[in-house]
Design a protein around this ligand. Structure first.
Ligand code: KG4
Ligand code: ZN
Length: 378
């Protein structure tokens, strides 16, 4: 793996022989993540995370305005915290990086503004980072790290994509969800099971107690030749089942809307339903990943994004790939969900692109496949 030394950018005054640190700031959704990573080695020097989960849980999903305000409140104190933990000052930092997109506009702005303000105040270069590229490159921090080329399964709350990755910035989209993302499907089904937002990981825990064969749930596009996914029908099927299990009447024909059903938390079939939901999502992810591996001839699979933390997905992929001679790579578990480390790390791999342009611009929609390979150091 080629790692561009931050010193190529010009070291901070008086620190010519010190290794450069990259400060990474993540604020694309509901986690404020800040980290200091050593550019040359990828070593994590310090990291801090503030999760907004409890703030959004009463609303059943992320409230964008609340997210922006929370990022504003926590960003700077988290920067102070990582500097303190690292025993570092701004003069140890060589580059400030932030998530420019994709994500929630206001949330991205809060992080972008903080990062560019700090970079300007400290007279440092700044670098915008693509959130999904940061997820995708985080398995390079694991030991062993994957070699290019590989297939990437990107599974988060907002994305479900299969990418052919020939190198950094050399991404070709092979398939993606045509409706809900896998994480979204976990979260929406969790809500129907009475689990507070963002229920993915809690649903996975409940699923361990249930029988995945209890309910046959839809696997849309399973029979299609394509590599796209679809999860919206799953939520509808689970909503119907929940009504049935809870003894609630089905909505009247022609009714414009009906309240979301919620399975009582003491219902005896709750764990079975959770296990069946998880199996339906995992089956779809595994079968399309295998099809993409067969079609591309790639022998390495990288799994990244929050849903990549799912133990059942990891196990099923490991089993299926082992028999095909395909190696599976994951980021360290703590780096599966959003964090500042992946932002700092992705920036260290693109350090030559940093600049002293302190204008603030975010990209709430930003397709990963439009990125280019990193510029080499001048
Ligand atoms: O990557 P991430 O932290 O944020 C986005 O970029 O969206 O992913 C968050 C998603 C949420 O939908 C969350 O429920 C899901 O990842 N998630 C899980 C697990 N841990 C997080 N889904 C299933 N099983 C898990 N263990
Ligand atoms: Zn993410």
């Amino acid at each position: 793996m080629t790692v561009v030394s931050i010193r190529a950018l010009g070291s901070p005054a008086g620190q010519a022989s010190e290794p450069g640190l990259v400060l990474g700031i993540e604020s694309s959704c509901d986690e404020t993540g800040v980290a200091l990573v050593e550019a040359a080695s990828g070593q994590i020097v310090a990291q801090a995370l503030h999760s907004q989960v409890t703030r959004h849980a009463p609303y059943g999903g992320v409230v964008p305005e609340l997210a922006s305000r929370d990022h504003l409140r926590h960003g700077l104190p988290l920067v102070a915290e990582v500097l303190k933990d690292a025993g570092a000052t701004s003069s140890d930092i060589g580059l400030v990086a932030y998530t420019q997109g994709p994500g929630l506009g206001g949330a991205l702005l809060a992080g972008a503004q903080l990062a560019t303000s700090l970079a300007a105040a400290w007279s440092l270069p700044v670098l915008p980072v693509h959130h999904m590229e940061a997820h995708l490159l985080s398995p390079l921090l694991a030991d062993p790290a994957p070699q290019f080329p590989f297939l990437a399964l990107l599974v988060s709350g907002g994305h479900t994509q299969l990418m052919h990755v020939a190198g950094i910035g050399r991404y070709a989209l092979l398939g993606e969800t045509i409706d809900d993302a896998a994480g979204e499907a976990f979260d929406k089904c969790a809500k129907l099971l009475g689990i507070a937002y963002p229920g993915g990981s809690q649903l996975a825990l409940l699923a361990e107690l249930g029988d995945a064969k209890s309910f046959r749930l839809p696997r849309p596009l399973a029979q299609s030749d394509g590599l796209d996914f679809s999860f919206a029908g799953l939520k509808t099927a689970v909503a119907h089942l929940v009504r049935e299990l809870a003894g609630e009447p089905l909505p009247q024909r022609g009714a414009t809307s009906s309240p979301q059903p919620i399975l009582p938390i003491d219902h005896p079939r709750r764990a079975d339903l959770a296990a069946s939901v998880q199996a339906a999502i995992v089956d779809s992810l595994v079968s399309k990943s295998l099809a993409a591996l067969d079609r591309s001839g790639l022998t390495a699979l990288v799994v990244a994004g929050g849903v990549g933390a799912n133990g059942n997905l990891r196990q099923k992929l490991a089993e299926a790939c082992a028999s095909r001679g395909v190696r599976v790579f994951h980021p360290p578990p703590s780096l599966c969900t959003d964090n500042g480390v992946m932002v700092a790390w992705a920036a260290s791999l693109r350090a030559a692109e940093a600049s002293r342009d302190y204008s603030v611009r975010v990209r709430p929609r930003w397709p990963l496949a439009t990125l280019s390979p990193p510029r080499s150091p001048a």
